[in-house]
Write a protein that binds this ligand. Structure first.
Ligand code: ASP
Length: 360
């Protein structure tokens, strides 16, 4: 009885409110308003310019400033795209193109030389929302390998091109072409020459002129010879992750040697469910540990956070005898940038805040 009365009362109150709302006395929201959260969605970009930075004492203040400025320029290019609602793929490609065009890094212009003194470039890009991927290995005449990797992803049914097919496809796509010498700077040629002289002195490498082999694993980590690969990972406002990596590989590498950078899952990986990753360092170890994909698996199936997952994989690489660094951003915009070398050129810019760059 009481119950019935209560309901009648409620019904009449509701009817009254409805009447008032129709007549404009009071506004009753008929539906919960969809909150406008687009402003609050995290977004950001993380980049690296390789884990081959020398000890702080070995670098001049001017050089350090040059690296900082270039890293900031790359970050800001990517971050501006994200801030305006652009895609993580566009942000990654923009940041990497800037670093490829800079002679400071071992990617594009400024790439290290292989055993016979040529530049052979590798790159890859991955879209975390679809798993679409593109990769190129052994590029010799295409100015921006990252754009070529993207063209493989977007314009072909394949994932990876290697060797002469890469530059042929670039030509077909109308991507800027350059002679191989464009990539080779004096600094890289000198580093290569010094290594060749040392090889001769030590007779550590076969002195066979017809051989394309370099058995010399004696490459020290230094500004000239160390890891200078570039990479970028980004999260856009739509929650899509992307990763890109581009490199000249390792100094004095065998002709045809392919590192981890163009291997999806090794040096580069993105998955909207977890994170986007780019690596730098001893590529062989990143391939053996399937480093970038393992980080994603640790997050998806072992509930590790991005920091723990990247550190776990880097420790495994170190245990095996490898060194390098990793950058990652997860789907919430949390970042990780661990490295086990003296320094890694790196930076991040998140959610409209200032860019942060560091080397050591
Ligand atoms: N990971 C690259 C490679 O092995 C080298 C680097 O990071 O500089 O090709």
């Amino acid at each position: 009885m009481h119950h019935c009365f209560a309901r009648t009362n409620l019904n009449s109150i509701f009817a009254l409110l409805l009447l008032m709302s129709i007549t404009g006395f009071v506004s009753v929201p008929l539906m919960a308003q969809t909150p406008n959260t687009s402003e609050k969605k995290p977004f950001g970009i993380v980049i690296h310019g390789g884990a081959g930075a020398p000890d702080k004492q070995q670098m001049t203040k001017e050089k350090e400033a040059e690296y900082h400025a270039k890293l900031k320029e790359a970050l800001q290019a990517g971050h501006t795209i994200l801030e305006r609602g652009g895609t993580s793929l566009d942000a990654v490609a923009a940041a990497i193109t800037i670093m490829e065009d800079s002679p400071l890094f071992n990617a594009g212009k400024g790439a290290v030389l292989n055993f016979v003194g040529h530049a052979e470039l590798d790159a890859s890009i991955m879209d975390g929302s679809t798993s679409a991927s593109g990769a190129v290995a052994g590029v010799k005449e295409t100015k921006n390998p990252i754009l070529l990797a993207r063209a493989v992803m977007e314009k072909t049914s394949h994932v990876m091109l290697a060797g002469e097919g890469t530059d042929l496809f670039a030509r077909e796509q109308g991507l800027p072409r350059v002679p191989n010498e464009y990539f080779i700077t004096d600094r890289r040629r000198e580093a290569w020459q010094r290594l060749k002289d040392k090889e001769k002195e030590n007779k550590t490498a076969p002195n066979n002129k017809t051989s394309d082999r370099s058995d010399a694993p004696q490459i020290p980590d230094s500004e000239e010879t160390g890891f200078g690969t570039v990479g970028a990972v980004a999260l856009d406002r739509d929650g899509n992750l992307a990763a890109g990596t581009s490199t000249g590989g390792r100094l004095n590498k065998m002709v045809g040697r392919v590192g981890d950078s163009p291997i999806i899952g090794a040096g580069n990986y993105a998955n909207n469910k977890t994170c986007a990753v780019s690596g730098t360092g001893h590529g062989e170890y990143f391939i053996r540990t399937v480093a970038a994909h393992t980080i994603s698996v640790l997050m998806e199936h072992r509930q590790r956070d991005v920091k723990t997952a990247t550190e776990t994989v880097l420790r495994e690489i170190e245990t095996m005898g490898g060194s390098g660094g990793i950058i990652a951003i997860d789907k919430e915009g949390r970042v990780a940038l661990p490295f086990n070398t003296p320094g890694m050129y790196r930076g991040y810019q998140l959610n409209g805040a200032e860019a942060n760059v560091a080397i050591w």
